[in-house]
Design a protein around this ligand. Sequence first.
Ligand code: PGA
Length: 249
Amino acid sequence: MRKQIVAGNWKMNLNASESEELIAELKTQTFNDGVHVAIAIPYLHLAAAVVQTAGTSINVAAQNMHQAASGAFTGEVSAAMLEEIGVKTVILGHSERRAYFCETDALLAEKINTALKNEMHVIFCFGEELEDRKSESHLDFVASQIKNSLFHLNESQWENITLAYEPVWAIGTGETASPVQVQEMHAHIRAVLATKYDDVLAQSISVLYGGSVKPANAKEIFAQKDIDGGLVGGASLNAVDFTAIVNSF
Ligand code: PGA
């Protein structure tokens, strides 16, 4: 049940032709068997990317979606719209969405419900700020993020959830959490899940790490026993680097 996953998060980067070029380069790469590869790309390029990756092992994902089914929400995109063009995976709760678009744990719980209702797979992101770590409240903070957004789910709904622990202080900063810090947090995340569900469920969920993952550090991070892969920002914009990360398992 637990899968090895490497997902690229392109964020708001690359225009349509650059997107097409990068996907074409990715298609020439050889990924290690057994690693699930996804790219989360801007809305505008999703439909073309689904067509371009058809017949490959690359899964195209969205970086966000709205919680409502449809309606007067100018500028937003619904789960059904994503589904219709063949996008079945969505990132929810990225720290940039939380920080710049005021997404709260409660709102994210709604988005998760909508995604699951539409049979989408969710990569749910969370992680502490530097102050939380400095004050040694990071374990409690992360536990509360998980509880607030996910503990209303029943066991079977977890089949469509992948978790991504992304300490905010390590995103885009070049500063990576150490493998020991990440392993400690991932074991904690499983322990938190076990308090609400059970150990079987806690051990079955894929938990990714995100925050300055690069070819140079991926191997050591992925070697930790509770780490099932990575959510990769900056380094996912380069086909060779991204492939090296995928092949670090
Ligand atoms: P980064 O971003 O790899 O550039 O640090 C990770 C993320 O935000 O998902």
